[in-house]
Design a protein around this ligand. Structure first.
Ligand SMILES: *[C@@H]1O[C@H](CO)[C@@H](O)[C@H](O)[C@H]1NC(C)=O
Ligand SMILES: *[C@@H]1O[C@H](CO)[C@@H](O)[C@H](O)[C@H]1NC(C)=O
Ligand SMILES: *[C@@H]1O[C@H](CO)[C@@H](O)[C@H](O)[C@H]1NC(C)=O
Ligand SMILES: *[C@@H]1O[C@H](CO)[C@@H](O)[C@H](O)[C@H]1NC(C)=O
Ligand SMILES: *[C@@H]1O[C@H](CO)[C@@H](O)[C@H](O)[C@H]1NC(C)=O
Length: 334
């Protein structure tokens, strides 16, 4: 094998650099090909006119495209597209799964994006942030997402997704949160969700058709945000109330939860607690008045009783309970 001397190597580098044409581009040719296919599969929307085949896809002129400029590879790592006015309904472009270095995929507010999430999405084995929101995509959330071991957040809010919560998502080792609000998901929260990894903090499932009891195993999680409002959940939700972790929001409104609120722990960081329209009973914990960041509280339409702690919320936040009393409701009868 022939090894060039240092001088020769330097000479080669200098001369090749000299001949680099002024229009040279960093964009990886496979990525560029995939992007141009994506544009075509979207029906060439006017918003993507900056995706010009004669220019460099990595020089910040291609809308929503970002490359990894810290390495010499210049692979497309972010694709962030929003408010695309597609000429006709189309499915998620299959060529997206050819952007093999993709770390972030955001598709936001695309009304004409329809059909299911393709199984081939599992080919994106560097994907960390997946977000498809406010589109008309339908079908089930694919179990196969759990094969993407790099995923950190999965956001699929405000679409037309149906079917169950995939039980295997809890096997994704770096998953920090799932946000599936505003779909038509059915079934219960899988027992396996109690074994999400340590850094899992966001369980956002409001406005679906989920039902049944919350598995007690979820008490093992350190959730910062629990959003379960507007489903058909029932039974106990006290496992979400813990004094020794940092919980910011607990939104359980409009379900059939039934548990004793008087016995729960309270995170000192709690800033929103929405329990309205459930069957929650007991006395409101005194500790609520010590929560410095609590700016939203609504416990109306439950079966609560007893003295309201000293707080600054209006009477609509306490109305329609069994026997809550004291300011801002009428005084308690002793
Ligand atoms: C990107 O490439 C196009 C075409 O080569 C060029 O006109 C434009 O100036 C470049 N922009 C940047 C920011 O380099
Ligand atoms: C993805 O890449 C493969 C290999 O480069 C190619 O054969 C295929 O047509 C591409 N698929 C799509 C959907 O672009
Ligand atoms: C779904 O499609 C309908 C009809 O095109 C449209 O009015 C609606 O805004 C779409 N929904 C979303 C979330 O984009
Ligand atoms: C919080 O307290 C519970 C019960 O006392 C305990 O099992 C859990 O490990 C504690 N969590 C943290 C993060 O300290
Ligand atoms: C509390 O919830 C009730 C019932 O949904 C609602 O009527 C009321 O406006 C809410 N209060 C506040 C301050 O949001």
């Amino acid at each position: 094998m022939y090894f060039p001397s240092c001088t020769l190597l330097l000479f080669l580098i200098l001369t090749t650099q000299h001949f680099i044409p002024s229009h040279s581009e960093n964009c990886n040719p496979d990525d560029k090909k995939a992007l141009l296919q994506i544009k075509q599969q979207f029906g060439n929307p006017t918003k993507l006119s900056s995706w010009d085949p004669t220019t460099d896809c990595c020089n910040s002129t291609w809308l929503g495209v970002d490359c990894d400029n810290f390495t010499p590879t210049y692979r497309v790592i972010d694709l962030d597209l929003s408010d695309l006015d597609l000429p006709k309904p189309v499915s998620i472009p299959p060529s997206i799964t050819n952007l093999s270095s993709l770390s972030l995929l955001f598709l936001t507010r695309i009304p004409n994006l329809v059909g299911p999430i393709p199984q081939s999405i599992s080919k994106l084995n560097n994907l960390r942030y997946l977000s498809i929101t406010q589109t008309n995509i339908s079908g089930e959330i694919p179990e196969i997402l759990s094969q993407i071991k790099t995923l950190v957040t999965i956001t699929l809010s405000n679409n037309k997704l149906t079917g169950p919560l995939p039980a295997t998502l809890s096997t994704i080792p770096s998953l920090a949160g799932i946000a599936f609000e505003g779909n038509q998901l059915t079934g219960t929260i899988p027992e396996s969700y109690g074994s999400f990894p340590k850094l899992f903090t966001g369980l956002l499932l409001s406005r679906n058709r989920l039902s049944g009891k919350i598995p007690a195993s979820l008490g093992k999680l350190n959730l910062a945000d629990v959003w379960l409002s507007q489903n058909a959940f029932e039974g106990d939700a006290s496992m979400f109330f813990k004094s020794n972790i940092s919980t910011l929001t607990i939104l359980l409104a409009k379900n059939s939860f039934s548990f004793d609120i008087g016995k729960v722990g309270l995170s000192k960081d709690l800033n929103a607690l929405d329990l309205r329209n459930n069957k929650i009973y007991g006395v409101l914990p005194e500790g609520l008045s010590n929560l410095r960041f609590l700016h939203k509280l609504n416990v109306s339409y439950n079966n609560l009783c007893g003295q309201i702690p000293q707080l600054r919320f209006d009477e609509t936040c306490y109305a329609h309970n069994k026997c809550l009393c004291g300011s801002p409701l009428p005084a308690c009868k002793i």
